[in-house]
Design a protein around this ligand. Structure first.
Ligand code: MG
Length: 379
């Protein structure tokens, strides 16, 4: 088990739950980073006593003042985060950064051969092979934190010959609704997920099924399977967190109460299991349903599959367009289904053709920027 961790994104939903796990396991925190919540980051520094902390540039002065009485090195901005990711002291990096900003820190940590507990799906969607190649080259380990991917990872331990991955999704708060209803969805409605307590961006992605599209791509990269081997299945109860079917048609499922702390903890204690803070699942009376998803009402999952097939920098374009569209939606600037139209339009019409087959980190960052500009100029 790891003794010390660096946690990027410590004030978000996964970040806070990671610190819960850190308390439970008694781990040492080497460094923390947060984007804008200076107050909470300062509180966390008092409790966990990291050597370094990094905060977004706009909050640097505020944060500095808040921790002026404690002995801590303060870094700031994207460069600070990249520096934390490549420091030598910690064995594990928990990447709970939101969005593809996590790309460079992930590659830095990979080059240092770290164990990377990975909760930053946008980075894998945008960076794809570049990330998995960096992990191989640096002899690093990518341990999934996303509940579905943690479930798949747990099911395949010691086994090979995967026939199929059954990637479950709850269907989000608008499961069963049609396009006309979806047009009326507000940010307040979209961030209320029926099963999981999550941050705003992922809640919106979950409501639009884009989250499942991102996770589809994530699964293909993490488990080195072909897109044809991944099947999405809607499971509204969120008790089965995903399943793996093997060559002999046996299917293994990982089940439990929906609580991210189990996934985070397994990524930190792997291959060991330890007592967790999650509730135990009472099987009596549980009903487990499995449905197909509605491609017409929720088109973004198909878009994600298509962009993965084309490959190259197109998934980065799709992800950039989606991050921007979600931000605009949360800001009440566009409607819920307008997000679908903008992401699809960007993927089909953005003028960065021809597609870059083997993009570099710079290509991916450029594609992401171009996609965001395209979205902003088409609303
Ligand atoms: Mg998930």
């Amino acid at each position: 088990m790891q003794s010390s961790i660096t946690l990027l994104g410590s004030t978000g939903s996964i970040g806070k739950q990671t610190l819960d796990v850190v308390r439970n396991l008694g781990l040492t925190v080497e460094s923390l980073s947060a984007h804008s919540n200076a107050k909470l980051l300062a509180d966390q520094c008092r409790e966990f006593k990291p050597k370094r902390a990094c905060i977004g540039e706009e909050k640097y002065n505020e944060f500095k003042l808040l921790v002026s009485d404690i002995d801590i090195e303060i870094l700031c901005g994207d460069e600070g985060v990249e520096q934390l990711a490549s420091e030598d002291e910690s064995e594990s990096l928990v990447n709970a950064v939101l969005g593809m900003k996590g790309l460079k820190p992930t590659v830095n940590a990979a080059s240092k051969g770290k164990k990377i507990a990975f909760a930053n799906k946008e980075t894998l969607v945008a960076g794809g092979k570049l990330v998995t190649d960096a992990v191989k080259a640096g002899n690093a380990t990518l341990l999934p934190v996303d509940s579905e991917h943690s479930a798949i990872f747990q099911c395949i331990q010691g086994k090979n010959k995967i026939k199929k991955i059954w990637l479950t999704g709850s269907g989000g708060p608008f499961f069963g609704k049609d396009r006309d209803f979806l047009k009326t969805v507000t940010p307040e409605m979209a961030v209320k997920h029926p099963r999981w307590n999550m941050g705003k961006k992922i809640s919106v992605d979950s409501a639009s099924l884009m989250n499942k599209g991102l996770e589809f791509i994530e699964a293909v990269h993490l488990f080195d399977v072909s897109p044809d081997q991944v099947e999405v299945v809607i499971h509204p109860q969120s008790i089965v967190h995903s399943l793996v079917e093997f060559e002999d048609n046996a299917i293994l499922a990982q089940m439990g109460m929906p609580d991210m702390r189990v996934c985070i903890q397994y990524a930190l204690t792997y291959p060991e299991r330890k007592p967790s803070q999650a509730e135990s699942l009472d099987l009596f009376g549980q009903k487990l349903d499995f449905f197909n998803y509605d491609k017409t009402a929720f088109p973004l999952l198909e878009t994600a599959k298509k962009t993965l097939k084309v490959g190259g920098n197109l998934p980065a374009i799709m992800n950039g367009a989606n991050e921007e569209a979600v931000a605009l939606f949360l800001d009440h600037k566009i409607g819920f289904t307008q997000m679908f139209d903008l992401v699809i339009d960007t993927c089909e019409n953005i003028n960065t053709a021809p597609i870059i087959k083997n993009p570099t980190i710079e290509d991916i960052i450029e594609s992401d920027k171009a996609a965001r500009e395209y979205v902003r100029s088409h609303i």
